[in-house]
Write a protein that binds this ligand. Structure first.
Ligand SMILES: Cc1ncc(COP(=O)(O)O)c(C=O)c1O
Length: 382
């Protein structure tokens, strides 16, 4: 059940511990993707005009079922950055309006908010969330202390990129709704990584990537918008769905789904990725990978003597863990040494001017991969 390495296309010569950056797709799902691309090339008109509309609707329905939301409220986007750009450009931000976020957000999103704030005079406020995090109640109070009468929007990651922490977004979205504040959740890392029920989270806007932990081909992500929020969302790219000659049942879908001629094979392959995980008992894969992430955290912290960034519980991290590195570490040199000397692909980065390492475990990883990492770090960090 756990010997899934051969199911993936990852280069055998590399010990791949960075699923978090771009994901990895199983052979079977990739074959589905390429079959769709071949159909497109063999008879573009037949495929795009006659087959794709139904295939896309089915792919949307299967994704919606997986996320526990209505299919009319979820639409495919190529990546979360594009989805969030669409949303942010539609907010009627005024001088002095505030967007409350954290200092754990993904850099492309920070840039998107700063760009819009520069144009509108609104303020992007990144509430510092210090490490180690302790418990959800304290986290929520800490974050909420950043709310002011000018807060119009909350923007927060479900699982953070630099620190790989799971944030308690459900409680925050509920509180935002009670306070009349728009909630936008960046769930790029959540689908396929942790149990996900968007219906119960209740965000106004939630974006997620399917090509990361759900293991779909690259270029498959989604945006879910609560029906109350959909009317403010004009299309980022105006195409045939605007003033549609054949309107569907949802204007939201008409506006955002069709963005001109493009390769939709990644979207169409998402049901195959969902099926793959279901067939391979992903609940058990997630548990096994979480256990490897725990061991990696403990092992690296005992080499460095540094403190963990969160309590040791699946409440705070899943298949990825971030650890502190000694302050004197050059994160870029370390990454290159691990790759060139040990064939280890692992993310090292700076966050708040300090060096960190983020290790990801996926179905194709083995205990032996972790052992190679720890042996290598024992040499290069001491
Ligand atoms: C928290 C977070 N948000 C969003 C993204 C999406 O990035 P992109 O749109 O560049 O694929 C990532 C990618 O790593 C991420 O970690």
């Amino acid at each position: 059940m756990f010997d899934l390495k051969n199911e993936f296309l990852i280069d055998e010569d590399v010990i791949f511990l960075n699923h978090g950056s771009f994901g990895a797709c199983p052979r079977k799902v990739f074959k589905t993707y390429q079959d769709f691309q071949l159909k497109l090339e063999r008879q573009p008109v037949e495929f795009l005009s006659r087959q794709v509309p139904d295939l896309l609707a089915e792919a949307r329905q299967e994704l919606a079922r997986y996320l526990n939301v209505e299919a009319s409220d979820v639409v495919y986007f190529p990546n979360p950055t594009t989805a969030i750009n669409m949303v942010v450009r539609n907010l009627d931000l005024q001088p002095g309006d505030e967007i409350l976020s954290t200092n754990h957000e993904y850099g492309a999103m920070d840039r998107t908010w700063r760009f819009m704030c520069r144009k509108s005079g609104a303020k992007y406020i990144q509430k510092p969330i210090p490490l180690p995090v302790t418990n959800h109640a304290d986290f929520i109070e800490e974050f909420w202390s950043g709310i002011t009468s000018r807060t119009k929007v909350i923007f927060i990651s479900h699982i953070t990129s630099p620190t790989a922490l799971i944030f308690p977004v459900k409680e925050i979205c509920q509180r935002a709704r009670q306070s009349g504040i728009l909630s936008i959740v960046d769930g790029a890392h959540s689908p396929g990584h942790i149990p996900l029920d968007l219906g119960s989270i209740g965000a106004d806007i939630y974006t997620g990537a399917c090509h990361k932990w759900l293991c779909a081909p690259k270029g498959a992500a989604f945006l879910h918008a609560h029906p109350d929020t959909q009317p403010i969302l004009d299309p980022l790219v105006v195409s045939w769905g605007y003033e549609s000659e054949k309107p569907g049942t949802s204007q939201f879908i008409d506006y955002h789904e069709w963005q001109g001629t493009r390769d939709l094979a990644a979207f169409l392959s998402v049901p195959s990725a969902i099926r793959f995980q279901y067939e391979h008992r992903w609940d058990l894969v997630q548990q096994r990978c979480h256990d490897l992430a725990r061991q990696a955290r403990d092992g690296i912290n005992s080499i460095t003597g540094l403190e963990a960034i969160s309590p040791d519980t699946p409440e705070w991290f899943g298949q990825m863990a971030t650890v502190r590195l000694p302050i004197s570490t050059d994160a870029d040199i370390l990454k290159e040494r691990l790759y060139s000397e040990y064939h280890l692909e692992v993310l090292t980065h700076y966050w708040q001017d300090k060096p960190f390492m983020r290790i990801s475990f996926q179905a194709y990883n083995q205990q032996s991969d972790l052992e190679v990492l720890l042996r290598a770090l024992n040499v290069v960090l001491t």
